[in-house]
Ligand binder design. Structure first.
Ligand SMILES: [Zn+2]
Length: 546
């Protein structure tokens, strides 16, 4: 079946929407004569009216949102190799009137898109990269890879840009119609799984003139929070040792094994682990273990994530890692090469004022309505994984989450770096299923189904309303900065974990993508031919075990 691709160059919708609203414009003109309280009331009424327009418009763009979610899902690209995703997003943004600076901060798959002029400058961001070995048929409630061993969206990063772009287009139409000043920026969290880029965006000054950063991330609820978050920041470091080759049987005494150094470093770290603070997290993979057994390995490398809950504690953990690496080099008479920093993330801290503003909008939007098919998929997957068959989240949480008190550690996101430079929040939107392991094929299952589509539309509504609040009420931006200056950064000042000599690790994942891209390309979503990606794949929704 041939269908027309929805390209929301939205002149027609704009004309329709503008007609009834033009009459109302006079009611908000010349407010100077009114008493302050009346004026504030009138401003609020206007804001609520414009926000309602934006929500309606986001709803009308739901097919466009779905196409973005499904397209990026089908590209299934790993960090730093998001070339199709980058090309696709830049194309959509340019078609919708954004000016796009490509390849920012020396990262080919990063961009900064801009529309509008003047204050406030609102930057909308979301991650775009996938997870190794997470290839999975969407809508199928058990392990069913599309391509065995290939990457996939096992974190759900295919959905966040759709949230932001849909919201931005809706807001842009209103700003044009109402002649509102303000600048909207859209940017990708490139290589977030490697926490590989956001510190570089900050270092290169891309957030210098930004007033508020509204980040969004997939979750299984509609939520936001403020203050110190649970979880960690981290530094990602590769240690490389150099030894000497020799015939492993003929003259092993003439060799010095770099692999021995890697193994001893890992053993040393794992003994030390017992005496590290409980909230820390650390893990490693061996990235080079030598060439073949009969040649003593001259080079070997191991890649560590050192995670802790504060900047000084991350630095301490990193220093312990370095000293253990030096010890391993001494034991094996090999040489430790200069450490390579592959990524970094500050612990996250979110802005109270922006979170409260977002929270009020979350209350208004509420959770999507799930169909029986959506719930059947969710429960079947939860059963498959041996968990509680709780289904999908039905209601928004009872209250806005404040600062975490007893941080037991956990994951990281380099949005942390931005959150210490500009008032920031992360909006979580409900495109995934509760009770999943994360970074896994199971987390990809909902991500090109009605669950992801409805969740992204709900997120876009909230995001559009929050941008409009910030554009229409400059006092909110001032209050956000007041919290940022007098509370958040009163005692803690941002210092990057990346060192001056560090550069984005843009070559990472190239080998894996070169291997799988030809196969993946056969499955790229074609919205001109199929209404949804499920339809293109011929998957009946939901597919569950009987
Ligand atoms: Zn993520």
């Amino acid at each position: 079946m041939h269908r027309i691709r929805v390209i929301p160059v939205v002149a027609a919708t704009l004309a329709l929407a503008a007609a009834p609203l033009a009459q109302n414009q006079s009611s908000s003109s010349s407010p100077a004569a009114a008493p302050a309280s009346t004026r504030a009331g009138r401003d609020d009424t206007r804001a609520e009216r414009l926000k309602a327009d934006a929500v309606k418009d986001v709803e009308s763009m739901k097919d466009f949102t779905q196409q973005m979610v499904d397209s990026i899902f089908s590209f299934a690209e790993l960090g730093f190799q998001e070339t199709e995703t980058h090309r696709y997003l830049v194309d959509v943004l340019k078609k919708n009137g954004f000016t796009v600076q490509e390849g920012i901060a020396g990262i080919p798959t990063a961009f900064m898109a801009t529309w509008g002029s003047g204050k406030p400058v609102i930057a909308l961001g979301s991650d775009i990269d996938g997870i190794p070995q997470a290839s999975q048929k969407p809508g199928v409630a058990y392990y069913a890879p599309m391509i065995e061993g290939a990457p996939g969206h096992g974190e759900g990063h295919n959905s966040g840009q759709a949230v932001n772009i849909t919201a931005a287009i809706a807001v842009k139409k209103i700003m044009e119609r109402e002649k509102l000043p303000g600048t909207i920026r859209i940017w990708p969290g490139t290589a977030e799984e490697l926490v590989g880029t956001k510190a570089y965006f900050v270092r290169e000054g891309f957030f210098k003139d930004v007033d508020i950063a509204l980040f969004t991330h997939v979750g299984n609820e509609l939520g936001v929070s403020w203050g110190d978050r649970d979880g960690t920041g981290l530094v990602s470091v590769e240690f490389t040792f150099t030894g000497q080759t020799a015939h492993s049987a003929g003259a092993p005494w003439r060799g010095r094994s770099a692999l021995d150094a890697v193994e001893l470093m890992n053993i040393g770290w794992n003994y030390r682990r017992e005496h590290l603070p409980l909230e820390h997290r650390s893990h490693y993979v061996v990235t080079n273990g030598g060439d073949q057994p009969n040649v003593v390995p001259r080079n070997a490398s191991v890649w560590y994530y050192f995670r802790q809950t504060t900047y000084p504690k991350i630095k301490e953990l990193w220093a312990i890692g370095e000293s253990i690496a030096k010890g391993a080099a001494m034991m094996t008479n090999t040489e430790l090469q200069p450490m390579r920093v592959l990524g970094s993330a500050w612990p996250q801290h979110f802005n109270k004022v922006v979170a409260e503003t977002t929270w009020a909008n979350i209350q208004k939007v509420g959770m999507p309505e799930w169909s029986e098919a959506d719930q059947t998929l969710a429960k079947a997957l939860q059963k498959e994984l041996g968990g509680r068959e709780q289904g999908l989240t039905l209601k928004v949480g009872a209250e806005l989450q404040g600062p975490v008190r007893d941080n037991r550690g956990g994951g990281s996101d380099d949005i942390g770096d931005i959150s210490w430079n500009v008032p920031t929040v992360t909006l979580r939107f409900p495109s995934n299923i509760p009770g999943l392991p994360g970074h896994n094929w199971a987390n990809a299952i909902s991500m090109a189904t009605p669950i992801a589509h409805k969740g992204a539309t709900a997120g876009a509504k909230v995001q559009a309303m929050t941008v409009l609040d910030l554009v229409l009420k400059p006092a909110l931006v001032d209050q956000a900065w007041d919290y940022f200056r007098t509370v958040q950064t009163k005692e803690i000042k941002y210092e990057p974990l990346i060192r001056p000599e560090d550069k984005p690790a843009i070559e990472m994942n190239k080998g894996i993508m070169d291997k799988y891209r030809p196969e993946l390309r056969k499955f790229y979503y074609d919205p001109s031919r199929y209404k949804t990606y499920l339809e293109q794949l011929g998957i009946s929704y939901p597919t569950v075990k009987r």
